[in-house]
Design a protein. Sequence first.
Length: 90
Amino acid sequence: MAIGMAKLFGFHFPVNFRRPYLASSVTEFWRRWHISLSSWLRDYVWFPLGANRNGALMTYRNLMLTMLLGGLWHGASWNFAIWALITAHG
């Protein structure tokens, strides 16, 4: 209902879920499930930090910061911070 009301006022939101349970791989599932979060993290955190352009050390730093922010988005808990560190190294 909120999306429909927003469209009446001229706002358009990106698609956030694209049938993730029909994905054929874990990677595709992740992309279908986290469309807007992944895009936001990529556009406003990963690229402004320099992405993977300044050597391996800076790439890992940028990856860990981006994943930490994504983890904190899901919940402000040490579990999510640990998840971010594990994901960044995996």
